[in-house]
Design a protein around this ligand. Structure first.
Ligand code: NAD
Length: 267
C-alpha cells in the first residue's frame, strides 16, 4: 500500500504510542520512514523501533514547537530524500494545569497546549507542501472526537476542535499542490499522553458501554491501519476529512449498555 513512499512520522515515545504502530505498519507496507522524536524521547524511540525489519528507521531529535528544529528537519529531509510523500503528526501536550476545569487555567499553559498540539500541525503542513513531489502528498493528524464536550478532557478538547478546523484550512490551502490533509479521530488508547489526563479511565469506561464494536484501549493497530490508508494513494481523493476509528461511538446517541436498544425491551 505504501511501496515507494517516503514518510515522516512524529510522536514515537513508547511502545504504546499510536505512532509506533504506524511506523511498524508503514514499513510493512513498503514505506521508507524517518522518525522525528521529541529530543528527550529519542533514546526510547530508538529502543522501541530497534527490532523492525529490514532495518530500523533513523530517528532525528525534533522539538516541533521550535522553529530552528523545524528548519533542521526540512534540511535533513532534503538531504536524505529530496522529497517527502507524507507525514504523520502525532503530537500533543498540555501542562497539567490545562487539564483542570476549563475556567481556571492560566493563559500561559493554554498557549503551550495550543502551540504544541495545534500550531505544529500547520508547521507539518508547510513542511509537506514544500517537499511534496508534483504527484502530491499526504498529511495526517490525530483527533479525539472534537465535535462534543467530554468529561475530563478539558483544554485538550478546544485544542482538538482547533486542530479539526485547521485541518479544513490546510486542505483548502494545500489542495492546489495535490497535498491532502486528514485526521483520524481515535477512541481512547492507554498511551503516555493519555496517562497525563486525570481520570482518563472515565473515557475508557464510556467506550466500554457505548461502542457498538468492541474497543480495545491497549491496541492502536486499527488507528495505525487507517493512518496508513490516508497516507496511501488509495485515499487520493480524500482531503479535509475526519475519519473516526473509535468502534462507532461518534455515531451513538446513548450509552448502549445503559438504555434499551429497541421498544420491545421496555414492555
Ligand atoms: N491516546 C488516546 O486516547 C488518543 C486518542 C485520540 C487522539 N490521540 C492523539 O494521538 C496523538 C499521539 O498521542 P499518543 O496517544 O500516541 O501518546 P504518546 O504520548 O505516545 O505520543 C505523544 C507524542 O507527542 C510528542 N510530543 C509532545 N510534545 C512535543 C514537541 N514539542 N515536539 C515533538 N513531539 C512532541 C511526544 O514526544 C510523544 O511522542 C496525539 O495527538 C493525541 O492527542 C490520542
Amino acid at each position: 500500500m505504501l511501496r515507494g513512499k517516503r514518510l515522516l512520522v512524529s510522536g514515537v515515545a513508547t511502545r504504546e504510542s499510536i505512532a509506533s504502530a504506524v511506523v511498524e505498519r508503514a514499513i510493512r507496507e513498503g514505506a521508507e520512514v524517518l522518525v522525528a522524536a521529541y529530543p528527550k524521547d529519542v533514546p526510547a524511540a530508538e529502543e522501541v523501533l530497534s527490532g523492525l525489519e529490514p532495518a530500523p528507521p533513523a530517528v532525528v531529535a525534533v522539538d516541533a514547537t521550535n522553529e530552528g528544529d523545524l528548519i533542521m528537519l526540512e534540511g535533513e529531509l532534503r538531504r536524505r530524500w529530496g522529497r517527502l510523500d507524507g507525514a504523520l503528526h502525532a503530537i500533543a501536550f498540555a501542562p497539567r494545569a490545562a487539564l483542570g476545569s476549563v475556567m481556571d487555567v492560566p493563559p500561559a499553559d493554554i498557549e503551550v497546549a495550543v502551540r504544541t498540539s495545534v500550531w505544529t500541525y500547520a508547521a507539518f503542513g508547510r513542511l509537506v507542501s514544500r517537499l511534496a513531489p508534483p504527484s502530491g502528498g499526504s498529511l495526517v493528524g490525530l483527533d479525539f472526537d472534537s465535535a462534543r464536550a467530554w468529561p475530563v478532557y478539558n483544554w485538550m478538547g478546544p485544542c482538538k476542535a482547533a486542530l479539526r478546523a485547521l485541518n479544513g484550512y490546510l486542505a483548502r490551502d494545500l489542495g492546489a499542490a495535490g497535498v491532502r490533509a486528514n485526521l483520524v479521530a481515535a477512541g481512547p488508547l492507554r498511551t503516555r499522553a493519555a496517562s497525563g489526563i486525570p481520570d482518563f479511565e472515565v473515557l475508557v469506561d464510556r467506550w466500554d458501554r457505548q461502542a457498538p464494536l468492541a474497543w480495545d484501549p491497549t491496541d492502536p493497530s486499527a488507528v495505525a491501519d487507517a493512518v496508513c490508508f490516508l497516507l496511501s494513494d488509495l485515499a487520493r481523493a480524500i482531503t479535509g476529512e475526519v475519519l473516526h476509528v473509535d468502534g462507532g461511538v461518534h455515531a451513538m446517541a446513548t450509552c448502549l449498555r445503559d438504555a434499551p436498544v429497541d421498544a420491545s425491551e421496555t414492555t
